[in-house]
Design a protein around this ligand. Structure first.
Ligand SMILES: CC(C)=CCC/C(C)=C/CC/C(C)=C/COP(=O)(O)OP(=O)(O)O
Ligand SMILES: [Zn+2]
Length: 476
């Protein structure tokens, strides 16, 4: 680096002749190590050459870093997919691979099946595997009702007797597992199948959430576990979809510190997660990350109409600046944080932020076509399923969130703040679809995925039917 470069020795003389030999490129990258070309150098010029030799390595090192090298490798992997069609997929009228719906459905159905023994380590993620599979299938327009019985069975076992859901039978309850389990259950439920909704022990779940509420306003992920912004989003999602009381249970430890409601001090705590660069981090003081940005925005969009809550708790112009910087060029997809690599899952974690942000500031803040191009051209795996980036294996997580990101690029939503009730986490039920972008230069109607609720990331009908079912039911 220039600042650490030593001063040249006094005897060293830069000269016009040396400058001629050492043009900029040469000086930085290709300083010769044999001196036969410079046999007739004066002692002063030789001293200057020696000086240049001594500073060469630090200069070269400052141009290449581990991050820049993996970024170069990423471009090498991605560009052939943006410029050509290495998978030999059928192309749409814009010359872009069609969305391979049938292949992805087959992949997700397999992902919802049995796993061989080495996957035992994924046991604690069972609710997530189910959620990603069901949500991905729904996005592809597949009717998931055939999974209803299996979902009730799986989650009745994973429901912890004292409330909440763990990864599987006998696991302690965790807020992330609870979020994924509740979303899965309500996705396969219908008002005429109350047994599915009623498999959730709401009263015990409410008590479990009460144990997680912290005196500073945030939520722990599990009893005695970490407090982070996922907790805020997961807890509010469950409270809102299951129409649980906002009042803290009497046995909630936060009551001892004067808190009475799940929402007490929560907006302020979420606001403290905005980092110096405008992004949103897991907890105050941490590095900003796109997945946490979605959790923060989602949580505020449940707490009240985003038109009101976003600018109340976040500096929106700095957040928009940070979110915009996550879209990679020329890849078109998103990365999750500064100086990191494009990855298909951020198509949702960052791409999904825009529907919420656009309630604060009008659209046009991001390049929808560029994201759709990354998903269709670079993130579809030849045999089905979607990936982080070319060269990676597909999995249910990347399949679900690439599809959600593609949906975010294709559809527009609007929130009716007037209709949202002031109490009871009712705000997220006043989003409505507001058209589909038809004028794309990337996708055609055959490449469209379904609309997805911008806050809960499930079908719209699953969200509204659950809320209505539990509102009609009333008591816990
Ligand atoms: C609702 C809910 C529970 C949301 C969870 C969201 C989520 C995916 C969080 C992960 C966040 C994180 C710090 C990833 C870094 O991974 P990395 O270092 O491997 O990836 P990177 O290089 O892309 O940052
Ligand atoms: Zn990823």
């Amino acid at each position: 680096m220039a600042s650490s470069r030593p001063d040249p020795p006094e005897a060293a003389t830069p000269s016009a002749r040396l400058d001629e030999i050492l043009d900029d490129k040469l000086r930085i990258q290709e300083l010769p190590d044999s001196d036969h070309e410079y046999e007739d150098l004066s002692p002063q010029e030789e001293a200057h050459m020696a000086y240049l030799e001594s500073v060469r390595i630090p200069i070269v090192d400052s141009f290449k870093t581990t991050s820049s090298e993996v970024q170069d490798e990423t471009l090498e992997a991605v560009l052939p997919f943006l410029e050509g069609n290495p998978n030999d997929f059928p192309l749409n009228e814009h010359g872009i691979p069609h969305l391979q719906k049938e292949k992805h459905i087959k992949f997700l159905k397999k992902a919802l099946g049995d796993y061989p023994a080495p996957f035992a380590m994924m046991d604690a993620s069972r609710p997530w595997l189910v959620y990603w599979g069901l949500q991905g299938l729904s996005a592809l327009g597949y009717d998931i009702s055939e999974y209803r019985e299996r979902v009730i069975h799986t989650f009745s076992l994973a429901q912890y007797p004292a409330g909440g859901y763990g990864g599987n039978y006998g696991h302690f309850p965790h807020l992330a597992a609870t979020y994924a389990a509740v979303l899965s259950i309500i996705m396969v439920s219908t008002p005429d199948s109350p047994a599915t909704y009623d498999s959730i022990n709401r009263k015990n779940l409410w008590h479990f959430l009460g144990q997680l509420k912290q005196p500073d306003g945030g939520f722990n992920m599990t009893t005695g576990g970490e407090e982070d912004i996922r907790g805020a989003y997961c807890a509010l999602t469950v409270l809102s979809l299951l129409n649980l009381p906002l009042e803290l249970p009497d046995d909630a430890p936060a009551r001892k510190c004067g808190l009475t409601s799940f929402t007490d001090r929560l907006g302020e705590w979420i606001g403290r997660c905005q980092s110096f660069d405008g992004g949103i981090s897991a907890a105050p003081g941490n590095e900003a990350h796109g997945a946490y940005a979605f959790c923060g925005l989602g949580a505020l969009a449940i707490l009240g109409p985003p038109k009101e809550t976003l600018h109340k708790y976040f500096d929106m112009s700095r957040l928009i600046h940070w979110l915009s910087a996550r879209q990679c060029a020329p890849e078109g997809g998103y990365n999750g944080r500064t100086n990191k690599l494009v990855d298909g899952c951020y198509s949702h974690w960052v791409g999904g932020c825009w529907a919420l942000v656009e309630e604060h500031q009008s659209e046009g803040l991001w390049n929808r076509d560029a994201l759709a191009r990354y998903v269709l051209s670079a993130a579809q795996f030849s045999k089905g399923g979607l990936v982080d980036k070319p060269g990676k294996r597909p999995d249910a997580y990347h399949t679900c969130y690439n599809l959600a990101g593609l949906s975010a690029a294709q559809h527009r939503y609007i929130h009716d703040a007037e209709k949202a009730g002031k109490l009871g986490l009712d705000a997220p039920f006043h989003w409505t679809p507001n058209g589909t972008f038809a004028a794309s230069t990337i996708w055609t109607p055959a490449d469209e995925v379904a609309r997805i609720h911008p806050v809960f990331v499930i079908p719209f009908s699953a969200a509204s039917e659950s809320r209505k079912y539990f509102a009609d039911k009333g008591s816990l």
